[in-house]
Design a protein around this ligand. Structure first.
Ligand SMILES: C[S@@+](CC[C@H](N)C(=O)[O-])C[C@H]1O[C@@H](n2cnc3c(N)ncnc32)[C@H](O)[C@@H]1O
Length: 410
């Protein structure tokens, strides 16, 4: 909890839908776990570690515990949950890659399994089913949901679908992910007259004791506040390279960089396709965003306080696609394309897919047209979401990047 804003925060929380007693019990257990870790680490953990525990602590974190996260009944909606048009377009891009001999898919962070399910259906229609469809999903609970959905909707395709518990040492094929990187625990810094500080989390009790110079009590507290330490390498070097102005608070996602390096190194031949919201570094670190891009989602309410509703709300940050590109290129890949979601979907034929539905059949056509608008409109997902592709020992023009290239913005 941010001690400087207790009244506005409690007013804000009072307006949100109430969590169930079971959900609150899980949240309390997560608070105790984080408190223990903070105590064991000299009263401070990095924000990245806090976010990792809040989202992925086994059995307790947001993505690991049992609540519904995606879709209308959850906290936020992603493109594959919003419309089957998204998977239909992506299937066309994948079919082009399969025709080049890349017959295996690895999807990272498959959420409810909706995208995997719809992709396989559309790929079957295009007569382009992959030999193998691998899924790597961090959350055991979501893995179960994925299995259940795929068993229900495409039981005949199950022999092709395999769940992995770790990244394979070597992979040839197509690696892709939708909204994985925004859910990767991020480091945060702030720029002060004394230099670059790393933003971390401590318990409120430790904070109060520190301020008052009093000794800590043994009482377990479930409230947290932000706390700051001089940034150590390599965060310091990464922040210095960005030349951020005094007063800036910003995310620098070292975990995303490490993940992209690792994926690129393991890709022996193939394409990595990533879809997420974000910008190139110039826009990401623009003074307009001097307080960063961190957002939390709870039952379709968005706010910027990651310290409340622990384990009950999603915590995300936009993606710095320049950092992603640098990490991929440093590890041996080359950029195949970078564009907006709107351009990617149009290049993959979304308008033709829509026109395949008869406008006279209003009940079917009207929702599809509304979904296409949400996917494409600059005011919705069309501009903020980007698609980026890297190749390793594969260099041919990709369907989805035929027009609207934005590589100059990286
Ligand atoms: C925002 S959700 C997106 C889900 C889905 N791709 C969609 O578009 O609906 C993020 C997903 O990534 C998973 N995830 C996060 N980090 C991961 C990692 N390092 N490896 C595999 N899965 C991960 C989460 O558990 C969750 O399923």
């Amino acid at each position: 909890m941010n001690p400087s804003q207790p009244s506005s925060l409690s007013a804000f929380l009072a307006d949100l839908p109430k969590p169930s007693p079971q959900a609150l019990a899980v949240s309390d257990a997560l608070c105790r776990l984080i408190t223990q870790e903070i105590r064991a680490n000299n009263e401070w953990i990095s924000f990245a570690r806090f976010m990792e525990l809040a989202l992925y602590a086994p059995g307790l974190g947001y993505y690991s515990a049992g609540s519904q996260k995606l879709g209308a009944a959850g906290d936020f909606t992603t493109a594959p949950e919003l419309s089957p048009l998204f998977a239909a377009c992506l299937a066309r891009q994948l079919a082009q890659l399969f025709a080049q001999g890349l017959q295996r898919i690895l999807e990272l962070g498959a959420g409810s399994g909706r995208l995997a399910c719809d992709l396989l259906v559309h790929l079957a229609k295009l007569n382009a089913l992959p030999e193998h469809y691998f899924i790597l999903e961090l959350s055991a609970e979501l893995q179960q949901r994925q299995r259940h959905l795929l068993e229900q909707e495409v039981p005949h395709l199950l022999p092709r679908i395999h769940w992995l518990s770790t990244l394979p040492e070597e992979f040839e094929g197509v690696i892709f992910a939708n909204e994985l990187l925004d859910a990767t625990p991020t480091h945060r810094v702030r720029i002060t007259p004394e230099g670059v500080e790393e933003i971390g989390v401590t318990t409120l009790a430790a904070h109060v004791a520190h301020v008052a110079g009093a000794p800590l009590t043994d009482e377990v507290t479930t409230s947290f506040c932000l706390a700051y330490r001089p940034a150590s390498e390599p965060l310091l070097f990464a922040a210095q390279a960005l030349s951020l102005d005094l007063g800036f608070e910003a995310e620098i996602n070292l975990n995303t960089r490490a993940l992209i390096s690792s994926l690129t190194q393991r890709l022996s031949r193939g394409v990595m396709l990533l879809i997420d919201y974000g910008f190139g570094a110039a826009e990401f670190y623009h003074p307009q965003r001097h307080l960063g891009t961190l957002m939390c989602h709870y039952r379709h309410h968005a706010h910027d306080n990651p310290l409340v509703l622990l384990g009950l709300q999603d915590i995300t940050a936009h993606v710095d696609f320049t950092a992603v590109t640098e990490a991929a290129i440093k590890s041996g890949a080359h950029l195949l394309g970078y564009t907006t979601q709107a351009h990617f979907l149009i290049n993959c034929g979304i308008t033709q897919l829509l026109s395949d539905s008869n406008p006279q059949e209003v009940q079917r056509y009207a929702p599809l047209a509304a979904q296409a608008n949400q996917l494409l409109s600059p005011a919705e997902m069309g501009e903020l979401f980007k698609v980026i592709a890297f190749g390793k020992h594969c260099a041919f023009p990709l369907l989805g990047f035929a027009r609207g290239d934005k590589s100059h913005a990286l």
